[in-house]
Design a protein around this ligand. Structure first.
Ligand code: GLA
Length: 409
């Protein structure tokens, strides 16, 4: 209350010097955030009609009830700053304004997210937040923003580069002082190893450059490259210890629905769940095919992603063709995913007795001492026997089988 009064009097400036208040909002991301973001499919081609239709579709197709609550507008929503320096929405694409749009989204039981950048301009050349952090945070709070993705374009180079820790901490503090709880998504592409310093700054941090809708590729755009699903997956392995409740590795917004084959879309989703990744859909929700909605809303795989322990999975077994990922879950359970990286069908058998399923990092083990676990197919919910026998799977090209192991008694 006192904080609010001071805020009203001094617009937050009086408090800016108090380090005791330097913190992110607690308890906003005990499990990885879930929602949708406009960028991967729509890029800058966005407007308020699209956002309203997307929110409606997320209610109608079951995504909201499956946990996808954030409706996040990425780059290119911005117009100019007004004469006092407050950012305004693009008046042509968002003529009703951001407050009205946030109200529309909130009325449907969803939350509302925006994008900005630590430079003077965003990656898309719109006004960034540099030098306007407190003013932007205040504006977002007035509009009812619940999530901010904060990008790193135009932050200078060499000795003139903005200090990332300072830049992200400044926006964190600005959001906190504006008083409205906001999930803070750090997007500096892993350039400055945020997993080493951002635990108390943001709720999630991008670990790589941008994802693109291919299975395995690296696409050069001159000074930067975008990456396929497998390239991003491989880069997560070394980072798993940094993830946990409230602070997640973000391997980027999903291309589920944007990849060419159903198997690729299934694999991408199953693997992001194994990674405890934020599940931010990046496809055209309004025109989405039912089989894609079915993947995104699979309750068992969403539950793997959202498991309360928040332990990121790891590759337990690896060949160039087939990989087995394992992830300890709450309730003494495990998730196990078998990925076919290749373009031909593969068979694989897991002999649970040959090698114990164990995780040094979390000090957990599954079938040590000959214990038998029941195996449930996470795609279908069907029981597939138990770990006393070998588990044999046949995998379509680029497909992933995913199972939950649970105590059998
Ligand atoms: C960067 C980010 C992307 C997207 C675009 C928008 O490339 O990494 O996720 O936000 O900017 O311009």
């Amino acid at each position: 209350m006192i904080l609010k009064k001071l805020m009203a009097t001094f617009g937050g400036l009086a408090l800016a010097a108090s380090p005791a208040l330097a913190q992110k909002f607690p308890d906003l991301a005990p499990t990885p955030p879930m929602g949708w973001n406009s960028w991967n499919h729509h890029g800058c081609n966005i407007d308020e009609t699209l956002i309203r239709r997307t929110a409606d579709a997320m209610v109608a197709n079951g995504m909201r009830d499956a946990g996808y609550v954030y409706v996040n507008i990425d780059d290119c929503w911005q117009g100019e700053r007004d004469r006092d320096g407050f950012i305004q929405a693009d008046p042509v694409r968002f003529p009703s304004g951001m407050k009205a749009l946030a109200d529309y989204v909130h009325a449907r039981g969803l939350k509302f997210g925006l994008y900005s950048d630590a430079g003077a301009k965003t990656c898309g050349g719109r006004p960034g937040s540099r030098g306007h952090e407190y003013q932007d945070a205040l504006q977002y709070a007035r509009w009812g923003v619940d999530y901010l993705k904060y990008d790193w374009c135009n932050t200078g180079a060499g000795p003139d580069q903005r200090n990332p820790r300072e830049a992200y901490a400044t926006m964190r503090d600005a959001l906190y002082r504006a008083g409205r709880p906001v999930v803070f998504s750090i997007c500096e592409w892993g350039d400055n190893k945020p997993w080493e310093w951002a635990q108390n700054v943001g709720h999630l941090w991008r670990t790589t450059g941008d994802i693109t809708n291919c299975w395995s590729c690296q696409v050069s755009h001159g000074s930067w490259s975008s990456l396929g699903v497998l390239e991003i997956l491989d880069k997560q392995v070394a980072l798993r210890k940094a993830a946990g409740p409230g602070h997640w590795n973000d391997p980027d917004m999903m291309e589920v629905g944007n990849l060419p084959s159903l198997s690729e879309n299934r694999s991408h989703f199953a693997l992001w769940a194994m990674l405890a990744a934020p599940l931010i859909a990046g496809t055209d929700i309004v025109g989405m095919k039912p089989e894609i909605a079915k993947i995104l809303t699979n309750p068992r795989i969403v539950a793997i992603d959202q498991d309360a322990l928040g332990i990121q999975g790891f590759p337990w077994f690896k060949t160039p063709e087939v990989e087995i990922w394992a992830r300890p879950l709450s309730g003494d359970r495990w998730a196990v995913a078998i990925l076919n990286r290749t373009s031909t069908a593969r068979s694989h058998a897991i002999d649970w007795k040959a090698e114990p399923l164990a995780d040094d990092h979390s000090q957990r083990s599954a079938n040590l001492g000959g214990r038998t676990m029941r195996i449930v197919d996470a795609w279908t919910g069907a029981v597939r026997g138990d770990t006393a026998a070998e588990l044999k799977v046949t995998l379509a090209p680029r497909d992933t089988a995913i199972f939950i192991l649970e105590p059998s008694s």
